[in-house]
Every structure is written in structure tokens, then in C-alpha cells.
Design a protein around this ligand. Structure first.
Ligand code: 5RP
Length: 288
């Protein structure tokens, strides 16, 4: 993998893809079009306990400057396209919001550009990707191409469309493709000649569903996940992120990973109860 790229790009990719060829990316860039999303109201606080369990963060440039400590030692994939919000009719009218030079100045490991293949602004978003690929090439900066769907494409999270969009993104020169998991996902992987990471999408019903998504994606050839809401909108983000990490880096089966998550959840509940009891004891001892 990546035999034909320069040392600088290999070095940056190694901050995203671990030595085992797998990647756990934590996506926290949602605010660039959703604003202060539930679970990510205070990014620095929300990610504090998750960082040891991820290889990289995917985030917006403002959040790097305001919420990530400069001694953060893992990869950072900077969102480089944007310009629409959930208050607009749709979110595909994007432009580039970052230059490769600025991304390098922020010590990015890669930049991410969304393409909305087949949406109203499809052409423009594809050109955003190719403009960034050309710009980033000057610095050996990898580009992650995101096959995004807005309202108009919301029913397109299926094999035929995702294969088409992912292949396009790879053809145009992206180093990694981020897409959605779907039934028949192995075909998306087989026809996309660069590594693929999958998004998590909106919150799933159970931890088992989240772990099954990760497990199936890996079994069918994805190198990992770039997951957000199913981690930080969950009741126990630090537990589920460790389950996801175990599936991706330790080859845990769903059942084993679920046991790990459940034991971490129980431990966290016990700790919470203990601190509530202790606080009550202190209060009571002051009263008497
Ligand atoms: C939006 C993105 C998000 O980072 C992506 O959707 C991943 O987050 P989630 O797992 O919450 O879907 O790229 O275009």
C-alpha cells in the first residue's frame, strides 16, 4: 500500500493508518454544518477520554486551534470543504475552506474534501476535490475523499451508488476514501483501488449494532472507520470507542467486543454511583 508515494506522504499517512494497516478515526467535524451538535457542545471535554483509543481525529480547523492541545500526538485530518449548514435547503453547495498550505501550517496529517456525486452541486464538489489534490500534492499532504450525501442523496447509501462515487473519488486521486457501509460492501471495496474507511452515520440502536457495523466493514475489506455520533453521542463514549478499537486493531469478534464494552459501562456506572454517594456522605457529615 502506498508504494508509489513520497516519504512525506507516507509519514503523514502513518499518523492515520497504524502499522497493522488499520485505522480508527474519530470524526468530530460535524459542527462545520450542524453547529453545536448534541454530544459535541464542548469538543475539548468530549474528546478528552477518547483520544487514547483513536489513531486520528477528523475535525475542522477552528476546533484544532481552540480545542486540541498542541502536544496532541496523533493524526489530524482537517476538513477542507464546507460552506453550507443544516439551515440551507441542502448541504452540497460546498467550496474549499482551507488551503493545503494552511493545513500544513496546522500540522495536519491529511485534508478531507466531500463530494456529493449526482447532487445539484456535484460538479463543483468534484472540482473542489481535484483542486485540493493538486494543491496538497505540493506538500505531500494526503487527501481523504468523502462520498457525502445530503438530503437529495439520502437514499443513496447503497452498493451501486457508493461503488460509483467511491471509484470516482479514487480515480481523481484521493489517497483514502471515506464512504458508508452497505449491503454488498465488498463490491465497493473491490472496485475502489485505495483504502476505504466507513462513516458511522446517525446513532444506531445498540452497541452491538455499532460493533457489528465495524466488524462487517473490516471483514469486507475496509481498513477502519471514521466514526463520530455513534461514539460521542452514546451514553458511554469511552467504552464504545474501546470496543470499536478492539474490533479494528485486535480482531475482536462482535461478542468479545460487546463484553468489553459492557464491562467498561458497568465500571463507569459504579464509579459514577460511588462519587454521588461520596458527595452525599460529605454533605451529610457537614449537616450533622
Ligand atoms: C460528514 C462527515 C462526518 O465526519 C461523518 O459523517 C462521520 O461521522 P458519523 O459517524 O457521525 O456519520 O464527514 O460529511
Amino acid at each position: 500500500m502506498f508504494d508509489n508515494v513520497g516519504w512525506g506522504k507516507k509519514k503523514r499517512l502513518s499518523q492515520i493508518i497504524a502499522g497493522d494497516g488499520r485505522a480508527v478515526m474519530l470524526a468530530i467535524d460535524h459542527g462545520y454544518f450542524m453547529g453545536a451538535t448534541h454530544g459535541m457542545e464542548r469538543p475539548a471535554e468530549a474528546i478528552k477520554d477518547l483520544l487514547p483509543h483513536v489513531d486520528s481525529l477528523m475535525l475542522s480547523p477552528g476546533i484544532v486551534r481552540n480545542s486540541v492541545r498542541p502536544d496532541f500526538g496523533r493524526g489530524m485530518v482537517l476538513r477542507a470543504s464546507g460552506g453550507n449548514t443544516i439551515l440551507d435547503p441542502d448541504i452540497d453547495d460546498e467550496s474549499l475552506i482551507l488551503t493545503a498550505k494552511e493545513a500544513v501550517r496546522l500540522n495536519a496529517s491529511a485534508v478531507a474534501v466531500s463530494v456529493f456525486v449526482g447532487a445539484e452541486h456535484s460538479h463543483q464538489t468534484i472540482i473542489n476535490l481535484t483542486d485540493m489534490i493538486t494543491d496538497a500534492a505540493q506538500y505531500d499532504l494526503p487527501v481523504l475523499g468523502v462520498t457525502a450525501v445530503g438530503k437529495a442523496l439520502k437514499d443513496k447509501k447503497e452498493k451501486r451508488y457508493l461503488t460509483h462515487a467511491s471509484r470516482l473519488v479514487a480515480e481523481l486521486g484521493a489517497d483514502i476514501v471515506k464512504t458508508y457501509y452497505c449491503e454488498g460492501f465488498e463490491e465497493v471495496v473491490a472496485k475502489t483501488p485505495v483504502p476505504i474507511v466507513v462513516a458511522g452515520g446517525p446513532r444506531l440502536d445498540t452497541y452491538e449494532d455499532v460493533l457489528t457495523l465495524c466488524y462487517n466493514a473490516i471483514q469486507m475489506g475496509a481498513i477502519g472507520v471514521d466514526m463520530g455520533r455513534n461514539i460521542w453521542q452514546s451514553d458511554y463514549p469511552a467504552a464504545i470507542v474501546q470496543g470499536v478499537n478492539a474490533v479494528i486493531h485486535k480482531n475482536f469478534k462482535v461478542k468479545e467486543a460487546l463484553q468489553l464494552v459492557e464491562s467498561l459501562c458497568n465500571e463507569a456506572t459504579r464509579r459514577k454511583e460511588y462519587s454521588v454517594e461520596t458527595a452525599q456522605d460529605i454533605k451529610d457529615s457537614k449537616v450533622h
